[in-house]
Design a protein around this ligand. Structure first.
Ligand SMILES: Cc1ncc(COP(=O)(O)O)c(C=O)c1O
Length: 390
């Protein structure tokens, strides 16, 4: 009855939407979402900061703002990305309504229908949807434990001449894998050699439980081929909707024009709150404080996995919110989902994260939304179910 645009044709979120409906059912132990824990939100601190900001700068905050972002935040973001060895300036920074907006604006600025985007295989579902909405041709490049398979990436760049390569190098969604330092360097070299761009999406970098922070891909980028995206969704709150894009001003200018049409600017109040939180130093203390509970949740999940049937392979992430599992070949994680839900456990079948589907024996588990006790129980139920299927 409604004549939808052609670009809507490849989009069907239905299967995954069904799973997310389950998240409202409190009796289900859900490993399906990707939400940070509500217990981690600094509500009191933000309430105080907001009240003070509104009292002192109400006129400015409640007025329309600049599309590029709240000027003080465009400066203070530099403190956050410095940890990743990126040197940012306000001119190289565009504030976003969540990093997902960066994926959208970058794609809209660069991609014509039929253009190729390379992505990791598997990759973030939201990005797949956005790329498809611009009628891009998506080509997945296989992942290895230390990030994308470089030989396959080079071959794909040579063959497909992509507009850009989309990567989530740190605690990747969905696998939890982190790209090695050497690969980060090499990926930039390849982009340079094959004259393509890189969209580096890094919303999880701040959430590290062990090991050392690696320099971002963008830090190796002397030729301005990388657009780096950060997000405050996992380190402060996703509801504030604040992220940032850091890259060449020419690219940001086009993205800014598209942002004008999308939302004029990100909420001034959200931006001012994030800025004040960073400048007071509370942000960095807060990030340290949210790590121990997540670390314990991840440990509980990995412990549960130890006794999974032989032939189960899983990642051991050093941060982020997800563990990725490959079950023995004969198990279909999508088909198993109904029974898992009857037994009150939910997860996301891995097939959804592959642009071309397949990989039926994979699944993604999130640990941030469940207590260690729930994780122990949920993992025991999953293990039992898998054993029955074998
Ligand atoms: C890889 C990746 N990119 C981007 C996002 C979107 O985050 P934001 O809330 O900043 O829009 C997510 C959220 O789950 C994600 O996993």
């Amino acid at each position: 009855m409604y004549g939808f645009a052609e670009r809507m044709a490849p989009l069907n979120g239905s299967a995954i939407r069904e799973i997310f409906k389950l998240l409202g059912d409190k009796s289900i132990i859900s490993f399906a979402g990707g939400n940070p824990s509500e217990a981690s939100f600094p509500s009191e601190e933000l309430a105080e900061i907001s009240a003070q900001l509104l009292r002192e700068q109400g006129g400015r905050i409640l007025q329309y703002g600049a599309t590029e972002g709240w000027a003080p935040l465009r400066e203070s973001v530099a403190q956050v990305v410095a940890e990743r060895s990126i040197r940012s300036t306000p001119e190289r920074t565009l504030i976003l309504t969540g990093s997902s907006q960066g994926i959208e604006l970058f794609t809209k600025s660069l991609v014509n229908p039929g253009d190729v985007i390379l992505c990791e295989d598997p990759t973030f579902l939201g990005a797949i949807q956005t790329f498809r909405s611009y009628q891009a041709k998506l080509v997945g490049v296989p992942m290895e434990a230390d990030g994308v398979d470089l030989a396959a990436l080079e071959e794909a760049m040579k063959t497909h001449k992509p507009t850009f390569f989309y990567t989530i190098p740190t605690f990747q969604n969905p696998t939890g894998c982190t790209m090695s330092m050497e690969k980060r360097r090499r990926v930039v070299e390849l982009a340079q050699r094959y004259d393509t761009l890189i969209l580096e999406d890094d919303p999880y970098g701040g959430v590290r439980y062990e090991g050392k922070t690696l320099p971002a891909i963008a830090s190796f980028d002397a030729a301005d081929r990388v657009m780096h995206l950060i997000s405050f969704s996992k380190t402060i709150s996703p509801g504030l909707r604040v992220g940032a894009a850091i890259g060449h001003p020419d690219l940001l200018r086009k993205m800014t024009i598209n942002k004008q049409g999308a939302d004029t600017h990100t909420s001034n109040l959200s931006q001012a709150v994030v800025d004040a939180y960073i400048r007071s130093g509370q942000y960095f203390e807060h990030v340290q404080a949210i790590l121990p509970p997540y670390r314990a949740q991840l440990a509980a999940m990995l412990k549960g996995l130890e006794s999974f049937p032989a032939g189960t392979v899983y990642t051991r992430p050093e941060g982020g919110l997800f563990v990725w599992i490959e079950l023995p070949e004969q198990i279909d994680a999508q088909a198993m989902m109904d029974e898992a839900v009857q037994r009150k456990v939910a997860y996301v079948p891995g097939t959804f994260f592959y642009p071309d589907g397949g990989h039926k024996n994979t699944l993604r588990l999130n640990f941030s939304a469940s207590t260690p006790e729930q994780i122990e129980r949920g993992m025991a139920i999953l293990k039992q179910l898998i054993e029955e299927k074998l």
